[in-house]
Design a protein around this ligand. Structure first.
Ligand code: HEM
Length: 430
């Protein structure tokens, strides 16, 4: 990218920032979700939005679904998809107009960015590996990985739980599933973090460069791995995906090598920044609610409940978006073709119409309707059973070992909107 393109990018980003600040100051809820200081507490913005009847119109040019009922309806309605009628994606998270001529973001390339029929064709390739039975069979491996990481944590003196446990655990589990060599797996955490942060949009030219570099490097690595597994397959998920490339997966259905490469990248990336933040948000919630941690101390078997309650109360993925493929009516409002609805997954768990005292973190609350933290409808998270298993094992093993685990210094938030969580979580055994 040349100097002129850099200057253009900087100018566009400055205008975008000024525009977002202006809208946020004027009270626009969507701008506030992406703008400090409001973005630190999205739940306050969500609460205001849920007071509106039906969808809210944002001056940034999109509809917002904030209640469980509206979000549920949009996600499950086949009249909504993820692409505009032109075939383009509604948002360009790699920086919008600033990166003309470069590839779309890797997270948008595969399932997340596809509509039927391509979406179903590729999704059918991935889902068998994540069936409840297959995932449960991974439990001993996940437990062994968690124990190995916990053995190395210096919790007596105080340590960062994110760097030492919440981040490496999901990386190790998904690398294991795809049989990715340990040396490569180390790189993934760094790339995943860069690409996950880019979901909020790029913030500067250096940020854009880092993001594009991470994207290219990851793609090159996966092209190599897929090529190797096609020639010399093993008994792993990546080999199974690779062997499907260029062959007929179902009568009349093919997948290309490129599609397999994108799918493998998505599996890797979708699977670990999210799970890292599930573990981090859960531990943080327990620290902020000592009476709830006391319940877990008495019964570490509550770990699965902690996962469910965290997904409701403070989920790692806060929002997604859908495009109306035809005129739709949601919450009494008319959504026109090609209009975008921002679906606030993080708001749905705080909806008082669904959960009494929804702002409380309470492990004893009765199970509600299925969480939307994993989305819903066609794009429902493929890895949900794995995420739940990893979360449960991580929290159970952690609190069995150190029932009095306590905060040890200043926790640092990630500061991103789409993915919500903690960058640093210092803890020690009390
Ligand atoms: C706590 C952890 C996780 C959370 C909160 C989460 C959340 C989500 C959400 C909200 C979506 C749908 C986005 C949309 O509707 O636009 C999604 C999709 C997806 N997730 Fe997860 N996820 C988690 C873990 C995982 C894991 C462990 C994997 C796999 C290893 C995974 C793989 C995927 C894939 C492949 C999709 C795309 C599905 C599609 O578009 O059809 N996720 N996830």
């Amino acid at each position: 990218m040349g100097l002129r393109a850099d200057l253009r990018t900087t100018r566009q980003l400055t205008l975008l920032r000024a525009g977002t600040l202006g809208l946020a100051l004027a009270g626009d809820p969507v701008a506030r979700l992406f703008q400090a200081p409001w973005k630190a507490d999205p739940y306050a913005t969500y609460a205001r939005l849920r007071c509106d009847r039906g969808l809210t119109w944002s001056r940034s040019g999109l509809w917002v679904a904030s209640t469980y009922a509206d979000a549920h309806d949009v996600l499950r309605d086949r009249g909504f998809g993820v692409r505009l009628s032109s075939g383009a994606q509604p948002f360009d998270v790699t920086g919008g107009p600033v990166h003309e001529g470069t590839e779309p973001n890797v997270l948008e390339l595969s399932l997340l960015g596809l509509d039927p029929p391509d979406h179903g064709r590729l999704r059918r390739l991935a889902t068998p590996a994540f069936s409840a039975r297959r995932i449960e069979a991974l439990r001993p491996t996940v437990e062994a990985t968690a124990d190995r990481l916990l053995d190395r944590l210096d919790v007596r003196r105080g340590t960062d739980l994110v760097a030492g446990f919440a981040s490496p655990l999901p990386v190790a589990v998904i690398s294991d599933l795809l049989a990715i060599p340990a040396a490569d797996a180390q790189q993934f955490a760094a790339w995943g973090h860069t690409l996950g942060a880019a979901l909020d949009g790029v913030t500067s030219v250096p940020h854009q460069r880092r993001m594009l570099r991470a994207q290219t490097d990851l793609r090159v690595l996966f092209e190599r791995l897929v090529d190797e597994r096609r020639r010399d397959p093993g008994d792993d998920l990546l080999s199974r995906l690779a062997s499907a490339a260029e062959s007929e997966v179902r009568p009349g259905e093919h997948v290309t090598v490129d599609e397999v490469v994108s799918l493998a990248q998505l599996l890797l990336l979708a699977g670990f920044e999210t799970t890292t933040n599930l573990i981090g948000n859960a531990v943080r919630a327990l620290h902020q609610h000592p009476e709830q941690q006391e319940l877990v101390r008495e019964d570490p078997g509550l770990a699965a409940r902690v996962v469910t309650e965290t997904l409701r109360h403070d989920p790692p993925v806060q929002l997604t978006a859908r495009v109306a493929h035809e005129p739709r009516t949601v919450g009494g409002q008319q959504v026109r073709r090609d209009q975008v609805v921002l679906v606030l997954l993080g708001s749905t768990g705080r909806d008082e119409a669904e959960h009494e005292d929804a702002d409380d973190f309470d492990l004893t609350r009765p199970e509600g309707r299925d969480t939307l933290a994993f989305s819903g409808g066609a794009h429902y998270c493929v890895g949900a059973p794995l995420a739940r298993l990893e979360g449960e094992v991580a929290l159970r093993r952690l609190f069995e070992r150190w029932p009095h685990l306590a905060p040890a210094g200043r926790a640092v938030e990630r500061g991103t909107t789409v993915i919500r969580g903690w960058r640093r979580l210092p803890v020690r055994a009390a």
